[in-house]
Design a protein around this ligand. Sequence first.
Ligand SMILES: *[C@@H]1O[C@H](CO)[C@@H](O)[C@H](O)[C@H]1NC(C)=O
Length: 190
Amino acid sequence: MAFLGLLFSMIPTLLLLASSSKFQAEARQYDVGGRDGWVAKPSEDYNHWAQRNRFQVNDTLHFKYNKGIDSVVVVKKEDFDSCNINNPIQKMDDGDSIFPLSHSGLFYFVSGNLDNCKIGQKLIVLVMAVRQPPPVTAPPPTSALPPQTVPATGLTSPAPPPSEKSGSGRVGVGLGVLVGFVLVGFIGLA
Ligand SMILES: *[C@@H]1O[C@H](CO)[C@@H](O)[C@H](O)[C@H]1NC(C)=O
């Protein structure tokens, strides 16, 4: 019974762990440049920003910029260095663009505004080859287990005494009945 109680008490925790691990496996959206967005002079260099993040397949990049004045051009590495926007892989210019990181590897983005590109409005994003939910979700179960064992031992230690009491109680009743029968037997004999 104590074991069943322990099992039931763990159900909310197990559900929580399952949902949190599911959450961590979901794709994330990154706002390029944070609050600055996609601008000529961001407060933090775009590549510095990119290095602080761990991009994974299916994550998305959100570019926010002034439509008509700026744009985002996805280019090849050789065109990235020279700010060549005449051979784009993809061009986004609606002012509010979502770019899905559909595969692992390197993605090169430059401003479609040549002057901006030349002063450094460019971004390289490295997308991790594999999603790593197991290593990421592995620590929570181990860190969540110790607090779980605390109520578990708390449940099991008070649990045995009542079961012992009820057991000895049953033995007592049994003895009483036996004594009663013996007495009745004696009375019947007498
Ligand atoms: C990315 O999303 C697609 C479509 O939802 C899915 O089939 C694929 O397994 C996902 N890839 C990764 C690495 O999560």
